[in-house]
Design a protein around this ligand. Structure first.
Ligand code: NAP
Ligand code: FE
Length: 370
């Protein structure tokens, strides 16, 4: 049996875990830059908890709260500048995947004088500042992955950078921060996590250990998506969502994503669709495609989700995700396919697609015009 496995992040979970483990922050230094989005962390208690913990430990802090959804290069360079000016010792990211990924890039830019191209080429010489992740959505798994996904206008798409120093040193998973998260973001992000585990399972780099985590999280997410009542999601269910999404993050930290994420990026860039929703729109048809070569493994995914066949998986996704009326023009689709085929992780898919297969997945996903 040959495999490798890597998860260097210390994980703390449960209500009030930031407060209970504030001493962990003190070990990272005396000055922190908090990187977060415009409003949610101020309303859901996460920012207040972090400030209380930092004060308790005598750590000075500043707040950079300018991170937009699907963060762009300009934002992370501004954040990097702030971290330099205050001579931050470490970065605390609070929010969904957007602030967490931005915080990772800020941690790199705080200590490196590099150009945008060098950031995207992972060409930096000084290790990023230590980074603490406090997720307030249960989807991206960014708290346990070595990836930061940035929107790059010159390339007209989203680009994922990876680095050992982009793993969080610490992460705190507190489901209370998600108690008021609306159904749409809850479902979109849960489907993002589901697609991480599925893409990690149907992957040439999958191992016995990543498979175990993938099937566990597919099982939990499948059950949650089938049973959660949009207006009554309990704290226990929020905690399960966070846990399953963290497991899925550990899976893609080993394997990377592939077809579904590669197809989701242009849908987000050009059509402004939330990341998880974009993935969810092509997930069923991507499974149909991979099933042609890997019926047994796709069968395991279906079974873990608590479904009888792929049609039921498709019905579940349709039920939980918002209905999007979108048809790509032929020219758009051609442009998308060109970008998708250049995505580096596509070669890790259990069945590697050609251009015509991507076209077919768009068609089966009802996104092709004609
Ligand atoms: P997001 O873009 O971080 O946030 C979406 C929205 O949810 C924002 O409006 C945000 O508001 C709000 N929000 C966040 N937490 C909330 C809470 N607890 N209560 C109420 N509202 C809340 O969404 P995301 O899906 O988590 O992240 C998507 C990004 O992650 C994409 O850029 C994607 O490419 C990336 N991603 C990264 C990885 C990785 O491994 N690094 C993996 C998959 C995806 P505010 O803006 O006010 O905070
Ligand atoms: Fe994702």
């Amino acid at each position: 049996m040959q495999f490798s496995f890597h998860c260097p992040t210390k994980i703390f979970a449960g209500s009030e875990c930031v407060d209970r483990n504030s001493g962990q922050l003190a070990a990272l230094g005396n000055k922190a830059l908090i990187v977060t989005g415009g409003s949610s962390s101020k309303k859901n208690g996460s920012l207040a908890d972090v400030i209380t913990a930092l004060k308790k430990e005598g750590i000075q802090y500043e707040i950079f709260d300018e991170v937009e959804e699907n963060p762009g290069l300009a934002t992370v360079f501004r954040g990097g500048q702030r971290a330099k000016e205050m001579a931050a010792d470490f970065i605390v990211g609070i929010g969904g995947g957007s602030p967490l990924d931005a915080a990772k890039a800020v941690a790199v830019l705080a200590v490196n004088e590099i150009r945008p191209e060098e950031l995207l080429e992972r060409n930096w010489s000084v290790k990023a500042l230590p980074f603490v992740a406090i997720p307030t959505t249960a989807g991206t798994g960014s708290e346990v992955t070595p990836y930061a996904v940035l929107t790059v206008d010159t390339a007209e798409t989203k680009i994922s950078i990876a680095g050992e120093d982009l793993f969080a040193k610490l992460t705190f998973l507190d489901g209370r921060y998600m108690l008021k998260l609306n159904w749409q973001i809850t479902a979109n992000t849960a489907v993002d996590a589901l697609s991480h585990s599925i893409e990690g399972y149907l992957n040439k780099r999958a191992t016995v250990l990543s498979d175990m985590l993938a099937l566990e999280s597919i099982g939990m997410l499948g059950k949650l998506l089938q049973t959660m009542e949009p207006d009554h999601i309990s704290l226990a269910q929020r905690e399960e969502l966070l846990y399953a999404s963290m497991l899925a993050g550990i899976v893609i930290a080993q394997t990377g994503t592939n077809i579904v994420h590669a197809m989701g990026y242009p849908l987000t860039y050009y059509k402004n669709l939330p990341h998880g929703l974009a993935n969810g729109m092509v997930l069923k048809a991507a499974l149909d495609f991979i099933e042609q070569d890997c019926p047994e493994r796709v069968g395991q995914v279906v079974k873990a989700m608590g479904c009888h066949n792929l049609s039921e998986v498709g019905e579940l996704l349709t039920r939980v995700l918002p209905n999007v009326d979108l048809k790509l023009t032929r020219a758009e689709q051609k442009n998308f396919v060109g970008k998708i085929m250049k995505t580096k992780n596509l070669v890790n898919s259990a069945k590697i697609p050609e251009e015509k297969d991507i076209d077919e997945i768009f068609k089966l996903s009802n996104l092709a015009d004609g």
